[in-house]
Design a protein around this ligand. Sequence first.
Ligand SMILES: NC(=O)c1ccc[n+]([C@@H]2O[C@H](COP(=O)([O-])OP(=O)(O)OC[C@H]3O[C@@H](n4cnc5c(N)ncnc54)[C@H](OP(=O)(O)O)[C@@H]3O)[C@@H](O)[C@H]2O)c1
Length: 404
Amino acid sequence: MNTTKEFDILVWGASGFTGRLVAQYLFNQYGENGDLKWAMAGRNQEKLEQVRDQVADKTVPLVIADSDDEASLKALVLRAKVICTTVGPYVSYGSKLVAACVTHGADYCDLSGEVQWMRTMIDKHHDAAKANGVKIVHTCGFDSIPSDMGVYFTQREAQAQKGQRAKRIRMRVAGMKGGLSGGTYASLSKVMEQASKDKSIYKVLVNPYGLNPSDQQKGADRPDLQSVIYDATSKNWIGPFIMAGINTKVVRRSNALSGYAYGKDFRYDEATISGKGFKGRIKGVLGALPLLIMTAKPGSLLKRFANRILPKPGEGPSKDQRENGFYNLRFYATLEDGSAGFGKVTGDRDPGYGSTSKMLGEAAVCLAKDKLPEVSGVLTPSIAMGDALLDRLEKNAGLTFDFK
Ligand SMILES: NC(=O)c1ccc[n+]([C@@H]2O[C@H](COP(=O)([O-])OP(=O)(O)OC[C@H]3O[C@@H](n4cnc5c(N)ncnc54)[C@H](OP(=O)(O)O)[C@@H]3O)[C@@H](O)[C@H]2O)c1
């Protein structure tokens, strides 16, 4: 969308754990009275004022909207080119906002990793968003920008340097340090709760092509790795990667929406490297434990234990944990002629919050300010923003992209 509006960006959920980091990032990076017009939005004026005092200053305007109040959402959408939202779980609070953006014309980005909800948004809104020229972009955080843009970049460089595409990419998490927020845990719990009650949701979650257009959900990829195995590609033991269930589906949707720029036979998977030898194998088993705890069956003893020890909404990793966090992702590519390529993506903060807040902030600025591909609908980051986002992530958000 490129209309004249009061704000370029409204950050909705700015009083929450991640939202305040996004607001702080925009304030530090772009100020308030410069080229970028933006405001903090939330449901509670007093709380927003308190947070604004901590992360910015009084020059940042505040806007009030509640997820249950459609009139307030419409007003939000009419005032901004881009709505950037961290109000989650999105399945609980996000649907009316997406509908308002599509109907009243604002581009949109979020941090959703809730596959079942994104499926619903695609089914309900893709065609209308396309018709109205609106970009709805989910997954603009650690899930799934590094994966989606990492594959986009690896494919772009394989073409540029070797004149061919990668027919297969295996993403391996080589290193990662960070923590979890209450909001993310609440969102994950909501997905598990819904999937345990509704088989059709479970089917979407286990379908490798669950986010593809509904008539294009077949392909050679299998469900994500669930065990610890030896990986001949990275020459290490590997285990499950907690974000694979989201990221791999986003990458496959990007391929489908691009008209299969990576090829109809393109294959993609993700896993975590745990190391070499016996030690690597044991580390792989131990590394899968947090995943087991976080995704424990609703109502089980393990779930009650998880609820007790994991963070509550509004809580998350400390400043120190965020600043000392990092991630390092490898993209092992097999090109069409059988030769190997190697892509690498790194981030300079903890994945879930320090880095995520910069990625989401830059995605919002990119949607508001950059010349982007003429494409609309319910999109992925690489399809909506492509090279413009890559550029911003490298220049401003502390990510590096490399290909050999
Ligand atoms: N993809 C990623 O990499 C990634 C990373 C981080 C977070 N996330 C996702 O981002 C979301 C937020 O996480 P978080 O830890 O920041 O959560 P949080 O601290 O609980 O923040 C949630 C925000 O939503 C607001 N909110 C709740 N109900 C609302 C309503 N009815 N109307 C308007 N606003 C409402 C809260 O407002 P109050 O402050 O007034 O309570 C708060 O600002 C989660 O869905 C999480 O999964 C994803």
